[in-house]
Design a binder for this molecule. Structure first.
Ligand SMILES: [Zn+2]
Length: 66
């Protein structure tokens, strides 16, 4: 299966996370492909190897500002 058919790890950027070629939801499709500033769902995922040492955490955006 082609690399582009998978959601790629948002941490290492070097591993497939899950097969996404069949996901037709336009909100998901807006998260990849041609460069876009539109990110309607904010989906983040990490691969099994990164999941051993890291986790995905949801926080309010304002808490990220400095
Ligand atoms: Zn990874």
């Amino acid at each position: 299966m082609a690399w582009a058919d998978y959601k790629i790890c948002d941490l290492c950027g070097d591993s497939k996370v899950f097969y996404d070629a069949d996901i037709r939801d336009e909100r998901y499709q807006a998260t990849f492909g041609e460069e876009s500033r539109y990110d309607p769902i904010g989906l983040k995922a990490i691969c099994g190897e990164c999941n051993k040492t890291h986790e995905v955490v949801i926080v309010a955006r304002k808490s990220l500002s400095v």
